[in-house]
Ligand binder design. Sequence first.
Ligand SMILES: [Zn+2]
Length: 229
Amino acid sequence: MNLQQQLFKAWRVQKKVLRIHKEKQNLRSVIEKLTDEYKELLHREENLSQAIASCIAKEEDLDAHVVQYAADLARTQEQMNFGTLNFDIGTEQAQALEEKIDALEEEYFTFVEQRESQEKEIFVTQQKIKLRVRSIQEAQQAEQNKLPDLDAQEEKHEEQLEDLLSRVPLANQTHFEDLRFQHSNLVAHLRDSFCGACGTKQPLKIVGDLMRTTAIHVCRNCKAFCIAP
Ligand SMILES: [Zn+2]
């Protein structure tokens, strides 16, 4: 294998390393996405539970008022029966109290309805939370199952890469190492006299060199290794 071929082979191995990194990242992303959804659902559950508690407090408050007005009403009627309260005044008072009670009861049932719909929603949310927990566990299991194999593959490729790069001049090795995770096409075949990575025209003398010898040339524009097609 000549120098150009060695670098090209090294780049092919590097692409395998990148694919493994991508696969690991994908496994991680699935877990992260599910975890985000899970946290959002927990937050929603918390909000609903606060809203329900606030409805219950209002219902209790309204209920206490109704009880109080009902007691007032009973007393008024009693006083009228015993003749200690003028009939007309008593009737007016009783009517006013009944109207208050009706209004409070109407309000009370609005809160009951509100709470019942929130209780349904919190139930659905809790079911979703359970499902997310299971999905997260499954995704973590999938990651755990695949990681050892991916790590082993990556290690094998890294060894191959090290072996290949140890046989090229140090300057080329350093350049490769520096850019291997940044450049999208680090070792590119010339296309006519243009860099295969960025399309910049290369000096004719260099093109000739690359064709005739196994010399290595780095594109001035994108820093890719240009090799003969
Ligand atoms: Zn280039």
